[in-house]
Design a protein around this ligand. Structure first.
Ligand code: BGC
Length: 636
Protein backbone atom coordinates (compact mmCIF):
# COMPACT_ATOMS: atom_id res chain seq x y z
CA UNK A 1 0.00 0.00 0.00
CA UNK A 2 1.32 3.42 -0.90
CA UNK A 3 1.28 6.22 1.59
CA UNK A 4 -0.84 9.32 1.11
CA UNK A 5 0.94 12.56 0.31
CA UNK A 6 3.22 13.45 3.17
CA UNK A 7 2.05 16.08 5.64
CA UNK A 8 4.23 19.11 6.17
CA UNK A 9 6.89 18.25 8.63
CA UNK A 10 9.70 19.97 10.40
CA UNK A 11 13.34 19.60 9.44
CA UNK A 12 16.12 20.68 11.67
CA UNK A 13 18.33 23.23 9.96
CA UNK A 14 21.56 24.11 11.66
CA UNK A 15 22.99 27.56 11.72
CA UNK A 16 26.64 28.30 11.20
CA UNK A 17 27.06 28.49 14.94
CA UNK A 18 25.67 25.00 15.22
CA UNK A 19 22.43 25.98 16.93
CA UNK A 20 19.38 24.07 15.84
CA UNK A 21 16.44 25.95 14.40
CA UNK A 22 13.17 24.44 13.42
CA UNK A 23 11.77 25.38 10.07
CA UNK A 24 8.92 23.80 8.21
CA UNK A 25 9.88 22.27 4.98
CA UNK A 26 7.11 20.08 3.59
CA UNK A 27 6.50 20.24 -0.18
CA UNK A 28 9.77 22.02 -0.73
CA UNK A 29 9.41 23.64 -4.11
CA UNK A 30 12.51 24.42 -6.14
CA UNK A 31 13.50 28.05 -6.13
CA UNK A 32 12.26 30.33 -8.84
CA UNK A 33 15.47 30.18 -10.89
CA UNK A 34 14.57 26.72 -12.01
CA UNK A 35 11.35 27.72 -13.68
CA UNK A 36 12.22 31.31 -14.59
CA UNK A 37 12.81 30.58 -18.27
CA UNK A 38 9.95 28.19 -18.88
CA UNK A 39 8.36 30.29 -21.62
CA UNK A 40 11.55 30.43 -23.62
CA UNK A 41 12.17 26.75 -22.98
CA UNK A 42 8.71 25.84 -24.21
CA UNK A 43 9.37 27.63 -27.45
CA UNK A 44 12.73 25.91 -27.83
CA UNK A 45 11.32 22.46 -27.11
CA UNK A 46 8.65 23.19 -29.71
CA UNK A 47 11.38 23.62 -32.32
CA UNK A 48 13.26 20.43 -31.47
CA UNK A 49 13.05 17.21 -33.44
CA UNK A 50 12.56 13.92 -31.62
CA UNK A 51 16.22 13.05 -32.28
CA UNK A 52 17.38 16.35 -30.80
CA UNK A 53 15.27 15.69 -27.72
CA UNK A 54 16.58 12.13 -27.37
CA UNK A 55 20.14 13.48 -27.63
CA UNK A 56 19.54 15.92 -24.77
CA UNK A 57 18.51 12.98 -22.60
CA UNK A 58 21.69 10.99 -23.33
CA UNK A 59 24.89 11.01 -21.29
CA UNK A 60 27.76 8.80 -22.52
CA UNK A 61 30.96 8.29 -20.61
CA UNK A 62 33.78 10.16 -22.35
CA UNK A 63 35.88 7.03 -22.82
CA UNK A 64 33.00 5.28 -24.58
CA UNK A 65 32.57 7.89 -27.30
CA UNK A 66 33.39 6.03 -30.47
CA UNK A 67 33.69 9.02 -32.73
CA UNK A 68 33.94 12.56 -31.41
CA UNK A 69 31.54 13.78 -34.10
CA UNK A 70 28.82 11.75 -32.35
CA UNK A 71 28.60 14.71 -29.97
CA UNK A 72 27.14 16.93 -32.68
CA UNK A 73 25.60 14.25 -34.85
CA UNK A 74 23.55 12.80 -31.99
CA UNK A 75 22.89 16.22 -30.32
CA UNK A 76 24.25 14.88 -27.04
CA UNK A 77 22.99 16.83 -24.03
CA UNK A 78 25.72 15.77 -21.66
CA UNK A 79 28.93 13.79 -21.17
CA UNK A 80 30.44 12.41 -18.01
CA UNK A 81 33.87 11.36 -16.96
CA UNK A 82 33.13 8.59 -14.49
CA UNK A 83 35.70 7.37 -11.98
CA UNK A 84 39.11 6.76 -13.61
CA UNK A 85 37.91 8.18 -16.96
CA UNK A 86 40.60 10.76 -17.40
CA UNK A 87 41.47 12.67 -20.56
CA UNK A 88 43.57 10.54 -22.89
CA UNK A 89 46.26 13.19 -22.96
CA UNK A 90 46.85 13.20 -19.21
CA UNK A 91 45.34 14.26 -15.98
CA UNK A 92 46.50 17.80 -15.42
CA UNK A 93 44.35 20.92 -15.36
CA UNK A 94 45.20 21.72 -18.98
CA UNK A 95 44.19 18.23 -20.17
CA UNK A 96 40.78 18.60 -18.56
CA UNK A 97 40.34 22.09 -19.99
CA UNK A 98 41.20 20.87 -23.49
CA UNK A 99 38.91 17.87 -23.21
CA UNK A 100 35.97 19.89 -21.91
CA UNK A 101 36.41 22.67 -24.45
CA UNK A 102 36.75 20.30 -27.40
CA UNK A 103 33.48 18.60 -26.47
CA UNK A 104 31.67 21.88 -25.89
CA UNK A 105 32.79 23.30 -29.24
CA UNK A 106 31.26 20.30 -30.96
CA UNK A 107 27.93 20.70 -29.16
CA UNK A 108 27.83 24.33 -30.23
CA UNK A 109 28.05 23.29 -33.89
CA UNK A 110 24.55 21.77 -33.78
CA UNK A 111 21.52 23.39 -35.42
CA UNK A 112 20.18 24.74 -32.11
CA UNK A 113 23.63 25.15 -30.53
CA UNK A 114 22.46 23.83 -27.17
CA UNK A 115 25.57 23.57 -25.00
CA UNK A 116 26.35 20.38 -23.17
CA UNK A 117 26.64 19.79 -19.48
CA UNK A 118 29.83 18.02 -18.47
CA UNK A 119 29.55 15.98 -15.25
CA UNK A 120 32.11 14.40 -12.92
CA UNK A 121 32.23 13.06 -9.39
CA UNK A 122 33.86 15.95 -7.58
CA UNK A 123 32.90 14.44 -4.26
CA UNK A 124 35.67 15.83 -2.03
CA UNK A 125 37.19 18.54 -4.16
CA UNK A 126 37.71 18.24 -7.92
CA UNK A 127 39.24 14.90 -7.06
CA UNK A 128 40.01 13.58 -10.55
CA UNK A 129 42.43 16.33 -11.44
CA UNK A 130 46.09 16.47 -10.49
CA UNK A 131 46.83 19.33 -8.13
CA UNK A 132 43.24 19.83 -6.99
CA UNK A 133 42.65 20.38 -3.29
CA UNK A 134 41.24 17.22 -1.74
CA UNK A 135 38.86 17.79 1.17
CA UNK A 136 37.87 15.33 3.88
CA UNK A 137 35.27 12.84 2.70
CA UNK A 138 31.75 13.56 3.94
CA UNK A 139 32.00 11.32 7.00
CA UNK A 140 34.67 13.67 8.35
CA UNK A 141 32.75 16.78 7.34
CA UNK A 142 29.80 15.27 9.21
CA UNK A 143 31.86 15.36 12.42
CA UNK A 144 32.38 19.12 12.05
CA UNK A 145 28.62 19.58 12.43
CA UNK A 146 29.32 22.90 10.80
CA UNK A 147 27.25 23.81 7.73
CA UNK A 148 29.47 26.81 7.12
CA UNK A 149 32.67 24.83 6.59
CA UNK A 150 30.78 22.30 4.46
CA UNK A 151 29.49 25.15 2.29
CA UNK A 152 32.95 26.70 2.00
CA UNK A 153 34.48 23.38 0.95
CA UNK A 154 31.77 23.00 -1.69
CA UNK A 155 32.36 26.54 -2.90
CA UNK A 156 36.04 25.81 -3.46
CA UNK A 157 35.13 22.59 -5.26
CA UNK A 158 32.82 24.56 -7.55
CA UNK A 159 35.58 27.03 -8.36
CA UNK A 160 38.07 24.28 -9.14
CA UNK A 161 35.45 22.56 -11.31
CA UNK A 162 34.73 25.71 -13.28
CA UNK A 163 38.45 26.27 -13.75
CA UNK A 164 38.32 23.16 -15.96
CA UNK A 165 35.06 24.28 -17.59
CA UNK A 166 33.08 21.46 -15.99
CA UNK A 167 29.79 22.72 -14.54
CA UNK A 168 28.30 19.69 -12.84
CA UNK A 169 29.26 17.40 -10.00
CA UNK A 170 27.42 14.29 -8.86
CA UNK A 171 27.44 15.53 -5.27
CA UNK A 172 26.46 15.83 -2.49
CA UNK A 173 25.70 12.29 -1.47
CA UNK A 174 22.88 12.58 1.04
CA UNK A 175 22.81 8.91 1.92
CA UNK A 176 22.10 8.00 5.52
CA UNK A 177 24.37 4.97 5.93
CA UNK A 178 22.94 2.71 8.59
CA UNK A 179 25.42 -0.15 8.37
CA UNK A 180 29.08 0.80 8.37
CA UNK A 181 30.04 -2.42 6.59
CA UNK A 182 28.80 -0.59 3.46
CA UNK A 183 31.69 0.54 1.23
CA UNK A 184 30.07 3.94 0.67
CA UNK A 185 29.70 4.83 4.34
CA UNK A 186 32.27 7.62 4.03
CA UNK A 187 30.26 9.31 1.30
CA UNK A 188 27.51 10.01 3.84
CA UNK A 189 27.70 12.86 6.35
CA UNK A 190 26.16 10.89 9.19
CA UNK A 191 23.94 8.05 10.25
CA UNK A 192 21.72 10.77 11.74
CA UNK A 193 19.18 11.99 9.14
CA UNK A 194 18.93 15.50 10.55
CA UNK A 195 22.66 16.08 10.15
CA UNK A 196 22.53 14.72 6.63
CA UNK A 197 19.73 17.17 5.81
CA UNK A 198 21.48 20.19 7.19
CA UNK A 199 24.96 19.45 5.83
CA UNK A 200 23.66 18.21 2.46
CA UNK A 201 21.76 21.48 2.02
CA UNK A 202 24.89 23.42 3.00
CA UNK A 203 26.88 21.58 0.34
CA UNK A 204 24.27 22.45 -2.28
CA UNK A 205 24.36 26.10 -1.28
CA UNK A 206 28.15 26.11 -1.41
CA UNK A 207 28.30 24.51 -4.84
CA UNK A 208 25.48 26.39 -6.49
CA UNK A 209 26.17 29.76 -4.86
CA UNK A 210 23.57 32.51 -4.72
CA UNK A 211 22.89 32.07 -8.38
CA UNK A 212 23.82 29.21 -10.66
CA UNK A 213 24.61 31.76 -13.34
CA UNK A 214 27.62 32.87 -11.30
CA UNK A 215 30.66 31.70 -13.32
CA UNK A 216 32.13 30.23 -10.13
CA UNK A 217 29.07 28.13 -9.26
CA UNK A 218 28.48 24.50 -10.20
CA UNK A 219 25.38 22.37 -10.56
CA UNK A 220 24.92 19.87 -7.72
CA UNK A 221 23.28 16.45 -7.60
CA UNK A 222 21.61 14.91 -4.57
CA UNK A 223 22.23 11.17 -4.56
CA UNK A 224 21.27 8.33 -4.40
CA UNK A 225 17.49 8.50 -4.15
CA UNK A 226 16.53 6.68 -1.96
CA UNK A 227 17.77 4.51 0.92
CA UNK A 228 21.11 3.63 -0.70
CA UNK A 229 22.39 3.57 2.87
CA UNK A 230 19.58 1.38 4.14
CA UNK A 231 20.09 -1.86 2.25
CA UNK A 232 19.93 -5.17 4.05
CA UNK A 233 23.20 -6.97 4.81
CA UNK A 234 23.68 -10.17 2.86
CA UNK A 235 26.44 -12.51 3.82
CA UNK A 236 26.88 -14.03 0.38
CA UNK A 237 30.61 -14.56 -0.14
CA UNK A 238 31.96 -13.11 -3.36
CA UNK A 239 28.99 -10.74 -3.76
CA UNK A 240 28.40 -7.20 -2.60
CA UNK A 241 27.32 -7.33 1.00
CA UNK A 242 25.26 -4.16 0.96
CA UNK A 243 26.03 -2.02 -2.08
CA UNK A 244 23.24 -1.75 -4.66
CA UNK A 245 21.14 -4.06 -2.47
CA UNK A 246 17.58 -3.95 -1.22
CA UNK A 247 16.27 -1.60 1.46
CA UNK A 248 13.63 -3.63 3.24
CA UNK A 249 11.53 -1.30 5.32
CA UNK A 250 8.08 0.22 5.51
CA UNK A 251 7.37 3.57 4.00
CA UNK A 252 7.27 5.43 7.29
CA UNK A 253 10.85 4.32 8.04
CA UNK A 254 11.96 5.11 4.51
CA UNK A 255 10.66 8.62 4.87
CA UNK A 256 11.80 9.23 8.44
CA UNK A 257 15.37 8.07 7.91
CA UNK A 258 16.31 8.06 4.26
CA UNK A 259 14.26 10.85 2.71
CA UNK A 260 15.31 13.72 4.94
CA UNK A 261 18.21 14.90 2.80
CA UNK A 262 16.06 15.45 -0.28
CA UNK A 263 13.53 18.12 0.74
CA UNK A 264 16.43 19.99 2.34
CA UNK A 265 18.54 19.76 -0.85
CA UNK A 266 15.56 20.74 -3.02
CA UNK A 267 14.90 23.68 -0.75
CA UNK A 268 18.52 24.72 -1.19
CA UNK A 269 17.91 24.60 -4.95
CA UNK A 270 19.67 21.41 -6.00
CA UNK A 271 19.41 21.15 -9.79
CA UNK A 272 19.71 17.38 -10.27
CA UNK A 273 18.99 14.20 -8.33
CA UNK A 274 20.31 10.69 -9.00
CA UNK A 275 18.20 7.62 -8.24
CA UNK A 276 19.93 4.80 -6.41
CA UNK A 277 21.12 1.57 -7.99
CA UNK A 278 19.49 -0.12 -5.01
CA UNK A 279 15.92 -1.30 -4.53
CA UNK A 280 13.18 -0.58 -2.07
CA UNK A 281 11.39 -3.76 -1.02
CA UNK A 282 12.52 -5.49 -4.18
CA UNK A 283 11.73 -2.72 -6.68
CA UNK A 284 14.70 -0.92 -8.26
CA UNK A 285 14.60 2.79 -7.45
CA UNK A 286 15.64 3.59 -11.04
CA UNK A 287 12.42 2.07 -12.34
CA UNK A 288 9.98 3.26 -9.71
CA UNK A 289 7.42 5.76 -10.91
CA UNK A 290 6.08 6.05 -7.40
CA UNK A 291 9.46 7.15 -6.01
CA UNK A 292 10.68 9.28 -8.91
CA UNK A 293 7.51 10.92 -10.16
CA UNK A 294 4.92 10.72 -7.40
CA UNK A 295 7.20 11.43 -4.48
CA UNK A 296 10.27 13.22 -5.82
CA UNK A 297 8.72 15.38 -8.50
CA UNK A 298 5.10 15.79 -7.45
CA UNK A 299 5.20 15.63 -3.70
CA UNK A 300 8.61 17.16 -3.03
CA UNK A 301 8.20 19.61 -5.89
CA UNK A 302 11.55 18.86 -7.55
CA UNK A 303 11.75 20.89 -10.78
CA UNK A 304 15.30 20.02 -11.79
CA UNK A 305 16.17 16.83 -13.65
CA UNK A 306 16.71 13.23 -12.65
CA UNK A 307 19.96 11.70 -13.91
CA UNK A 308 20.24 7.92 -13.74
CA UNK A 309 23.24 6.25 -12.14
CA UNK A 310 25.97 4.58 -14.23
CA UNK A 311 24.23 2.01 -16.45
CA UNK A 312 21.66 1.66 -13.69
CA UNK A 313 18.74 1.31 -16.08
CA UNK A 314 20.39 -1.77 -17.60
CA UNK A 315 19.52 -3.60 -14.41
CA UNK A 316 15.77 -3.03 -14.71
CA UNK A 317 15.06 -6.10 -16.77
CA UNK A 318 16.85 -9.37 -16.08
CA UNK A 319 19.11 -10.46 -18.93
CA UNK A 320 17.71 -13.28 -21.05
CA UNK A 321 19.38 -16.55 -20.10
CA UNK A 322 22.05 -17.57 -22.54
CA UNK A 323 22.03 -14.18 -24.24
CA UNK A 324 25.63 -13.52 -25.18
CA UNK A 325 25.24 -9.77 -25.08
CA UNK A 326 24.62 -10.07 -21.33
CA UNK A 327 28.15 -9.53 -20.24
CA UNK A 328 29.84 -7.91 -17.30
CA UNK A 329 29.97 -4.25 -18.07
CA UNK A 330 32.01 -1.90 -15.93
CA UNK A 331 34.07 -2.12 -12.82
CA UNK A 332 30.94 -1.98 -10.66
CA UNK A 333 29.95 -5.28 -12.23
CA UNK A 334 26.71 -4.02 -13.71
CA UNK A 335 25.27 -6.22 -16.38
CA UNK A 336 24.27 -5.41 -19.93
CA UNK A 337 20.90 -6.72 -20.76
CA UNK A 338 19.39 -7.80 -24.02
CA UNK A 339 16.13 -6.09 -23.09
CA UNK A 340 17.67 -2.67 -23.26
CA UNK A 341 14.68 -1.21 -25.03
CA UNK A 342 12.40 -2.33 -22.21
CA UNK A 343 14.84 -0.85 -19.68
CA UNK A 344 14.61 2.51 -21.45
CA UNK A 345 10.83 2.37 -21.54
CA UNK A 346 10.52 1.60 -17.82
CA UNK A 347 13.07 4.16 -16.65
CA UNK A 348 11.88 7.11 -18.73
CA UNK A 349 8.26 6.43 -17.91
CA UNK A 350 9.21 6.17 -14.25
CA UNK A 351 10.60 9.71 -14.38
CA UNK A 352 14.30 9.56 -15.27
CA UNK A 353 15.08 12.56 -17.46
CA UNK A 354 18.67 11.93 -18.50
CA UNK A 355 20.36 8.54 -18.66
CA UNK A 356 24.00 7.92 -17.75
CA UNK A 357 24.06 5.47 -20.60
CA UNK A 358 27.23 5.15 -20.58
CA UNK A 359 28.62 3.28 -23.62
CA UNK A 360 25.50 2.16 -25.53
CA UNK A 361 24.59 5.72 -26.34
CA UNK A 362 24.00 5.14 -30.04
CA UNK A 363 21.50 2.37 -29.26
CA UNK A 364 19.94 4.49 -26.55
CA UNK A 365 19.15 7.42 -28.84
CA UNK A 366 17.69 5.15 -31.53
CA UNK A 367 15.65 3.04 -29.13
CA UNK A 368 14.30 6.01 -27.21
CA UNK A 369 13.06 7.62 -30.44
CA UNK A 370 11.54 4.29 -31.49
CA UNK A 371 9.69 3.96 -28.20
CA UNK A 372 8.17 7.41 -28.67
CA UNK A 373 7.10 6.58 -32.22
CA UNK A 374 5.54 3.35 -30.97
CA UNK A 375 3.65 5.32 -28.28
CA UNK A 376 5.34 3.38 -25.53
CA UNK A 377 6.79 6.58 -24.10
CA UNK A 378 4.51 9.62 -24.44
CA UNK A 379 5.99 12.66 -26.18
CA UNK A 380 4.77 14.69 -23.21
CA UNK A 381 7.16 12.72 -20.96
CA UNK A 382 10.07 13.42 -23.30
CA UNK A 383 9.15 17.11 -23.45
CA UNK A 384 9.03 17.25 -19.67
CA UNK A 385 12.46 15.61 -19.43
CA UNK A 386 13.98 17.99 -21.98
CA UNK A 387 12.33 20.99 -20.31
CA UNK A 388 13.91 20.02 -17.01
CA UNK A 389 17.36 19.57 -18.59
CA UNK A 390 17.12 22.90 -20.38
CA UNK A 391 16.05 24.61 -17.16
CA UNK A 392 19.42 23.86 -15.62
CA UNK A 393 21.23 25.04 -18.75
CA UNK A 394 19.29 28.30 -18.67
CA UNK A 395 19.84 28.67 -14.94
CA UNK A 396 23.58 28.18 -15.44
CA UNK A 397 23.50 31.06 -17.89
CA UNK A 398 24.65 28.75 -20.68
CA UNK A 399 21.82 29.63 -23.04
CA UNK A 400 22.55 33.35 -23.18
CA UNK A 401 23.65 34.54 -26.61
CA UNK A 402 26.96 35.91 -25.34
CA UNK A 403 27.58 33.13 -22.80
CA UNK A 404 31.24 32.25 -22.38
CA UNK A 405 31.15 28.48 -22.39
CA UNK A 406 34.87 27.87 -22.27
CA UNK A 407 36.80 27.15 -19.07
CA UNK A 408 37.14 30.08 -16.69
CA UNK A 409 40.75 31.18 -16.96
CA UNK A 410 40.54 33.55 -13.99
CA UNK A 411 39.63 30.59 -11.80
CA UNK A 412 42.56 28.60 -13.18
CA UNK A 413 44.91 30.84 -11.19
CA UNK A 414 43.10 29.81 -8.02
CA UNK A 415 43.18 26.09 -8.79
CA UNK A 416 44.91 24.21 -5.94
CA UNK A 417 45.87 27.58 -4.42
CA UNK A 418 47.08 28.23 -0.90
CA UNK A 419 43.79 29.96 -0.14
CA UNK A 420 41.84 26.85 -1.16
CA UNK A 421 44.20 24.63 0.83
CA UNK A 422 43.72 26.79 3.91
CA UNK A 423 39.97 26.11 3.79
CA UNK A 424 40.61 22.38 3.45
CA UNK A 425 43.05 22.48 6.38
CA UNK A 426 40.40 24.18 8.49
CA UNK A 427 37.89 21.50 7.47
CA UNK A 428 40.38 18.81 8.52
CA UNK A 429 40.92 20.38 11.93
CA UNK A 430 37.20 20.57 12.57
CA UNK A 431 36.56 17.01 11.39
CA UNK A 432 38.93 15.25 13.80
CA UNK A 433 37.35 13.44 16.74
CA UNK A 434 39.38 12.83 19.88
CA UNK A 435 38.14 9.52 21.22
CA UNK A 436 40.52 8.95 24.10
CA UNK A 437 43.14 11.06 25.85
CA UNK A 438 44.39 9.35 28.96
CA UNK A 439 46.88 11.24 31.06
CA UNK A 440 46.36 14.22 28.73
CA UNK A 441 48.93 12.85 26.31
CA UNK A 442 47.57 15.26 23.76
CA UNK A 443 48.29 17.94 22.80
CA UNK A 444 51.91 16.98 22.22
CA UNK A 445 54.28 19.02 24.26
CA UNK A 446 56.41 21.61 22.51
CA UNK A 447 59.01 20.76 25.11
CA UNK A 448 59.29 17.17 23.87
CA UNK A 449 62.79 16.28 22.72
CA UNK A 450 61.72 13.61 20.30
CA UNK A 451 58.44 12.33 18.92
CA UNK A 452 58.44 9.10 16.96
CA UNK A 453 56.01 8.66 14.07
CA UNK A 454 55.18 5.26 12.67
CA UNK A 455 52.40 3.17 11.08
CA UNK A 456 51.39 2.55 7.47
CA UNK A 457 49.38 5.73 7.21
CA UNK A 458 51.95 8.19 8.51
CA UNK A 459 53.45 9.08 5.16
CA UNK A 460 50.77 7.95 2.74
CA UNK A 461 48.78 10.59 0.91
CA UNK A 462 46.75 7.88 -0.82
CA UNK A 463 45.50 6.42 2.46
CA UNK A 464 44.79 9.92 3.70
CA UNK A 465 42.61 10.70 0.68
CA UNK A 466 40.76 7.37 0.28
CA UNK A 467 38.61 6.37 -2.68
CA UNK A 468 37.48 8.77 -5.42
CA UNK A 469 40.94 10.35 -5.50
CA UNK A 470 42.64 10.56 -8.89
CA UNK A 471 41.43 6.98 -9.43
CA UNK A 472 37.92 5.73 -8.81
CA UNK A 473 39.19 3.34 -6.15
CA UNK A 474 41.95 5.63 -4.88
CA UNK A 475 45.41 4.18 -4.25
CA UNK A 476 47.81 3.74 -1.39
CA UNK A 477 51.17 5.42 -1.52
CA UNK A 478 52.09 8.52 -3.30
CA UNK A 479 49.03 9.85 -5.02
CA UNK A 480 50.51 11.81 -7.84
CA UNK A 481 48.87 14.98 -6.69
CA UNK A 482 50.10 17.72 -4.37
CA UNK A 483 49.48 17.55 -0.65
CA UNK A 484 51.03 17.07 2.74
CA UNK A 485 51.21 13.77 4.58
CA UNK A 486 50.71 13.65 8.33
CA UNK A 487 54.40 12.85 8.81
CA UNK A 488 55.51 15.80 6.72
CA UNK A 489 53.03 18.05 8.51
CA UNK A 490 54.37 16.95 11.90
CA UNK A 491 57.94 17.62 10.83
CA UNK A 492 56.91 21.10 9.68
CA UNK A 493 54.90 21.77 12.82
CA UNK A 494 57.44 20.58 15.39
CA UNK A 495 59.43 23.39 16.91
CA UNK A 496 63.18 23.54 16.46
CA UNK A 497 63.64 21.80 19.82
CA UNK A 498 61.59 18.74 18.93
CA UNK A 499 62.97 16.04 16.66
CA UNK A 500 60.51 13.96 14.65
CA UNK A 501 61.83 10.50 13.88
CA UNK A 502 60.23 7.75 11.86
CA UNK A 503 60.69 4.01 11.53
CA UNK A 504 61.13 4.47 7.79
CA UNK A 505 64.60 5.71 8.75
CA UNK A 506 65.12 2.55 10.83
CA UNK A 507 64.75 4.38 14.08
CA UNK A 508 62.53 3.13 16.84
CA UNK A 509 60.29 4.60 19.43
CA UNK A 510 62.36 3.71 22.48
CA UNK A 511 63.51 6.77 24.32
CA UNK A 512 61.15 9.18 22.54
CA UNK A 513 58.69 11.30 24.53
CA UNK A 514 55.70 9.88 22.67
CA UNK A 515 54.92 7.76 19.66
CA UNK A 516 52.26 8.46 17.04
CA UNK A 517 51.00 5.43 15.13
CA UNK A 518 48.94 6.15 12.02
CA UNK A 519 46.84 3.14 10.99
CA UNK A 520 43.68 2.54 9.01
CA UNK A 521 42.03 1.38 5.83
CA UNK A 522 43.42 1.14 2.33
CA UNK A 523 41.41 3.13 -0.21
CA UNK A 524 38.27 1.71 -1.83
CA UNK A 525 35.05 2.88 -3.43
CA UNK A 526 31.51 1.54 -3.73
CA UNK A 527 30.96 -2.24 -3.49
CA UNK A 528 34.68 -2.91 -3.35
CA UNK A 529 34.61 -1.42 0.12
CA UNK A 530 31.83 -3.65 1.48
CA UNK A 531 33.42 -5.52 4.39
CA UNK A 532 32.36 -8.30 6.69
CA UNK A 533 35.22 -7.52 9.05
CA UNK A 534 36.16 -4.03 10.14
CA UNK A 535 38.96 -5.06 12.49
CA UNK A 536 42.40 -3.45 12.25
CA UNK A 537 44.82 -5.32 10.00
CA UNK A 538 47.43 -7.54 11.62
CA UNK A 539 50.11 -5.10 10.46
CA UNK A 540 48.35 -2.16 12.11
CA UNK A 541 47.80 -4.03 15.38
CA UNK A 542 51.46 -5.09 15.36
CA UNK A 543 52.64 -1.48 14.85
CA UNK A 544 50.59 -0.40 17.85
CA UNK A 545 51.84 -3.29 20.04
CA UNK A 546 55.44 -2.51 19.08
CA UNK A 547 54.90 1.11 19.95
CA UNK A 548 53.42 0.08 23.28
CA UNK A 549 56.47 -2.03 24.01
CA UNK A 550 58.60 1.13 23.94
CA UNK A 551 56.99 2.09 27.24
CA UNK A 552 56.11 5.64 26.21
CA UNK A 553 52.70 7.26 25.57
CA UNK A 554 51.06 5.89 22.42
CA UNK A 555 48.86 8.10 20.25
CA UNK A 556 46.88 6.21 17.60
CA UNK A 557 45.57 8.14 14.59
CA UNK A 558 42.98 6.23 12.58
CA UNK A 559 42.57 6.97 8.85
CA UNK A 560 39.34 5.32 7.78
CA UNK A 561 36.11 5.68 5.91
CA UNK A 562 34.13 4.51 8.93
CA UNK A 563 34.62 3.46 12.54
CA UNK A 564 36.90 0.41 12.76
CA UNK A 565 36.75 -2.26 15.43
CA UNK A 566 39.74 -1.41 17.60
CA UNK A 567 39.81 -4.52 19.80
CA UNK A 568 42.61 -4.43 22.36
CA UNK A 569 43.96 -1.19 20.87
CA UNK A 570 41.13 0.72 22.56
CA UNK A 571 42.78 -0.13 25.89
CA UNK A 572 46.42 -0.15 24.72
CA UNK A 573 46.47 3.33 23.22
CA UNK A 574 46.79 6.33 25.50
CA UNK A 575 45.15 8.61 22.96
CA UNK A 576 43.03 7.85 19.91
CA UNK A 577 42.22 10.38 17.20
CA UNK A 578 39.72 9.52 14.46
CA UNK A 579 40.98 11.39 11.41
CA UNK A 580 38.64 9.81 8.78
CA UNK A 581 39.86 10.46 5.24
CA UNK A 582 41.17 13.99 5.64
CA UNK A 583 42.49 14.52 2.10
CA UNK A 584 45.57 16.38 0.99
CA UNK A 585 45.96 18.82 3.88
CA UNK A 586 47.65 16.74 6.57
CA UNK A 587 48.61 19.93 8.42
CA UNK A 588 45.11 19.97 9.88
CA UNK A 589 45.97 16.75 11.73
CA UNK A 590 49.29 18.14 12.98
CA UNK A 591 47.51 21.33 14.14
CA UNK A 592 45.31 19.30 16.47
CA UNK A 593 48.06 16.91 17.62
CA UNK A 594 50.23 19.86 18.65
CA UNK A 595 47.30 21.80 20.09
CA UNK A 596 47.49 24.69 17.62
CA UNK A 597 43.82 23.90 17.11
CA UNK A 598 41.58 22.21 19.67
CA UNK A 599 39.67 19.09 18.72
CA UNK A 600 35.99 19.94 18.30
CA UNK A 601 34.70 17.10 16.07
CA UNK A 602 31.80 14.94 17.27
CA UNK A 603 31.20 11.43 15.96
CA UNK A 604 28.85 11.36 12.99
CA UNK A 605 28.46 7.59 13.52
CA UNK A 606 28.38 5.50 16.67
CA UNK A 607 31.60 3.50 17.09
CA UNK A 608 31.13 -0.25 17.71
CA UNK A 609 33.02 -2.42 20.17
CA UNK A 610 32.80 -5.55 18.07
CA UNK A 611 31.55 -6.80 14.71
CA UNK A 612 28.67 -8.70 16.26
CA UNK A 613 27.13 -5.37 17.30
CA UNK A 614 26.60 -4.36 13.68
CA UNK A 615 24.54 -2.79 12.36
CA UNK A 616 24.96 -0.35 15.17
CA UNK A 617 23.08 2.89 15.41
CA UNK A 618 22.41 5.46 18.05
CA UNK A 619 18.77 4.54 18.12
CA UNK A 620 19.33 0.81 17.82
CA UNK A 621 21.52 0.05 20.81
CA UNK A 622 21.28 1.13 24.39
CA UNK A 623 23.50 4.06 25.32
CA UNK A 624 26.72 2.59 26.61
CA UNK A 625 26.63 -0.41 24.30
CA UNK A 626 28.78 1.21 21.68
CA UNK A 627 32.43 1.95 22.36
CA UNK A 628 31.76 5.62 21.66
CA UNK A 629 28.23 6.89 20.98
CA UNK A 630 27.07 9.11 18.14
CA UNK A 631 28.00 12.70 19.00
CA UNK A 632 30.96 11.71 21.18
CA UNK A 633 34.17 13.71 21.03
CA UNK A 634 36.61 14.99 23.66
CA UNK A 635 38.24 18.39 23.82
CA UNK A 636 41.51 19.57 25.36
C1 BGC B 1 28.14 5.81 -8.66
C2 BGC B 1 27.67 7.24 -8.65
C3 BGC B 1 28.52 8.09 -9.55
C4 BGC B 1 28.53 7.49 -10.94
C5 BGC B 1 29.30 8.29 -11.96
C6 BGC B 1 28.39 5.28 -10.08
O1 BGC B 1 29.05 4.06 -10.06
O2 BGC B 1 27.18 5.00 -8.01
O3 BGC B 1 27.68 7.74 -7.34
O4 BGC B 1 28.04 9.40 -9.57
O5 BGC B 1 29.09 6.18 -10.87
O6 BGC B 1 30.65 8.13 -11.84
Amino acid sequence: MKFPIRPRHAIRILTAAGAALLTTNGFAASPAWLTANDKEIKALVGRMTLEEKAGQMTQPNILAIKDASDIENLFLGSILSGGSSDPKTGNALKDWVELYESCQKRALKTRLAIPLLYGVDAVHGHNNVLGAVIFPHNIGLGCTRNPEIVARAAEVTAKELRATGIQWTFAPCVAVPRDIRWGRTYEGFSEDPSWVASLGAAAVRGLQGNSLSDPAAALGCGKHFIADGGTAYQGVPGKALLDQGDARMDEATLRAIHMTGYPAAIDAGVGTIMPSFSSWNGEKCSGSKYLLTDILKKELGFEGFVISDYNAIDQLVAPVKGDRSAESNNASGQVKTANYKKCIEISINAGIDMVMVTDRYRDFVTLLAELVREDKIPMSRVDDAVTRILRTKFALGMMKKDADLMANSALQNEFGSEAHRAIARDAVRQSLVLLKNEGKVLPLSRQAKRIHVTGRGADDLGMQCGGWTIDWQGKTGEVTTGGTTILKALVDAAGKDTAITTSRDHQDAKGADAVIVVVGENPYAEAKGDRADLGLTAEDSASISEAKAAGIPVVVVVLSGRPLVLGSVAAEADAILAAWLPGTEGQGVADVLFGDAKPTGKLSFAWPRSMDQLPLGNDRVKPGDSLYPLGFGLGY
